[in-house]
Unconditional design. Structure first.
Length: 228
């Protein structure tokens, strides 16, 4: 009987020893952690990324072949519309002129917001406002210049191109000097709409040291390239 009691007491002592050890370890851990449970790491969630807007890349074949010579504001109170007059160099094709139009459209968006934009092409700056040489491209909502008032200024989501660019016929190109003479003559007629065109032409022929026929032929060559 005494042996059994001694054994039971020994087992109980061992159990109590391990309980005390566990309690002591737990107390030490709480001293360092403040009794707080370790925060659980939240599950990793897949981030939905919006695909970046692809920027328009200027084709290398049109770089350096154009410049924006002037702009004209044709807006009214709530609608912003602009005309960009572009002078080209070399002998660009219709496809290249179309690429230039898109390039100018992107550049115009960075300058100021608008509802519609017209890009007009010339081979010489002096001919601006005397006629359109190589056509134009309009950018407007659904391709309709008249719908400019239907969209918020700076909203280009529905913009489409109205491509009225012509395939240039370079063999009938005129020189810059010939273009300047015609522009001077056309300006004089515009300033005085009562003037006799033949009389003014005679005066300009003399001014530039040409016969009347030479001056007349020059005007025909320039006008042949213009779209009024």
């Amino acid at each position: 009987m005494s042996t059994k009691k001694s054994t039971d007491t020994g087992c109980l002592s061992v159990i109590m020893f391990f309980i005390m050890i566990s309690y002591t370890v737990s107390s030490i851990r709480n001293c360092f952690t403040g009794g707080k449970k370790k925060a659980e790491t939240p599950p990793v969630q897949e981030i939905q990324r919006t695909p970046p807007v692809q920027e328009y890349v200027v084709p290398p074949e049109i770089k350096g072949k154009y410049r924006i010579a002037s702009t004209k504001d044709v807006s009214f109170p709530t609608v912003k519309r602009y005309v960009y007059n572009v002078v080209v160099t070399g002998e660009p094709t219709k496809a290249e002129l179309t690429e230039i139009a898109y390039t100018v459209f992107e550049a115009a968006k960075r300058r100021t917001p608008f509802n519609a934009l017209s890009v007009v092409f010339y081979d010489y700056e002096c001919l601006i406002y005397h006629g359109i040489v190589m056509g134009y491209a309009d950018f407007a909502p659904d391709g309709d210049w008249g719908k400019a008032m239907d969209v918020q200024t700076g909203n280009y989501r529905t913009m489409k191109i109205i491509n009225e660019i012509e395939e240039p016929y370079w063999p009938n190109a005129v020189t810059e000097r010939e273009a300047e003479i015609y522009a001077d003559f056309d300006t004089a007629l515009f300033k005085d709409d009562t003037a006799d065109e033949d009389v003014v032409a005679s005066e300009f022929a003399e001014k530039y040291g040409m016969t009347e026929k030479e001056f007349h032929d020059l005007c025909i060559r320039v006008v042949a390239r213009l779209r009024k």
